[in-house]
Ligand binder design. Structure first.
Ligand code: ZN
Length: 308
């Protein structure tokens, strides 16, 4: 009995050391500044500021829904070995709030949304002060997040201050160009027909900035349910305004949107799917829609062509 106990004890000690050694190897310090972000939008924003001074890794790839995302063991290791972490905040990463809260006690963890003046936020529930987290859809609001990243990078790495300021100014010019492009793009569509129907309510900021009426079938988070009433009301609205297209999203199930198309069809009105919009996730890396500016341009083309 004693011998078995002794052998078991040895096995546990050896196992313990192996696990410790393995974790040390995996959390090995990477060369240069190592930054981890949640979404691809934020990774792209940070990359435009840091250039070649840091490695930037997003946890969520193409087609991933941040509302439902849970950190894997691999993600936790990456977060632990990061020098800086940037996330969206405003409860976009619904299931990761606790992780960031704990990590913020030991390292630099920033919500890019902290750079936005409170009165610029769109409220989905004003009474309970619940803001819409889809801030990247208003390019002018995204500029506040750009400044927030630049400010934190200068504090973290003051030696490269001029470099970060120069990169930020360059990207600001590009974003201002994008903002004008989206604005002028929508002016080609008559106001009454500027109705953007999507799978979930991600385009609120987009609608406010670019003067487009926006309806998401599911709520602000993909967690919320949609019902028959919403589908009936929406079908009637599409019919009365002769809207030609509705849109699906790359990171959300298209089931709800298909119900609306079916609802219209039963009443003799044909509505097509105008395309799959990039909402809460960028496209694949190394494609035009794999960058923030690229995904905005693809969306703009799909929406304006679909509604015409
Ligand atoms: Zn969303």
């Amino acid at each position: 009995m004693r011998l078995t106990h002794f052998i078991l004890q040895r096995i546990f000690i050896i196992l313990g050391f192996s696990i410790l050694f393995y974790s040390c190897q995996n959390s090995e310090k990477k060369e240069g500044i190592y930054i981890v972000t949640t979404t691809g939008h934020i990774a792209d924003l940070v990359r435009n500021v840091v250039g070649d001074k840091a490695t930037v890794v997003p946890l969520m790839g193409a087609g991933v829904d941040p509302h439902l995302y849970k950190a894997s063991l691999r993600d936790l290791k990456q977060l632990q070995s990061a020098d800086l972490i940037f996330y969206n905040g405003l409860h976009l990463e619904g299931k990761m709030g606790e992780v960031f809260h704990k990590l913020s006690r030991m390292k630099k963890v920033f919500a890019v949304s902290d750079g936005i003046p409170k009165d610029s936020l769109l409220m989905v529930d004003a009474e309970n002060h619940i803001p819409d987290p889809h801030i990247w859809f208003d390019v002018q609001i995204w500029l506040y997040c750009l400044d927030k990243v630049c400010k934190e990078m200068i504090l973290a790495d003051p030696e490269n201050k001029e470099y970060y300021l120069k990169n930020t100014a360059k990207y600001r010019r590009e974003l201002n160009g994008l903002n004008s492009l989206i604005k002028s793009g929508f002016q080609t569509i008559p106001r009454n027909e500027r109705l953007l129907v999507t799978a979930h309510d991600a385009f609120g900021y987009f609608g406010r900035r670019y003067d487009v009426e926006v309806i998401g079938l599911q709520g602000i988070s993909t967690l919320s349910e949609y019902g028959l009433n919403e589908i009936t009301t929406l079908s009637r609205m599409l019919i009365s305004r002769k809207v030609k297209a509705v849109f699906i999203e790359t990171s959300v199930s298209e089931k709800a949107i298909q119900s609306v198309i079916e609802g219209c069809k039963q009443q003799g009105h044909l509505v097509k799917i105008g395309g799959s919009l990039y909402s809460d996730a960028l496209g694949a890396a190394n494609t035009p829609e794999g960058t923030y500016i690229g995904m905005q341009k693809v969306n703009l083309k799909l929406i304006t062509e679909g509604l015409k």
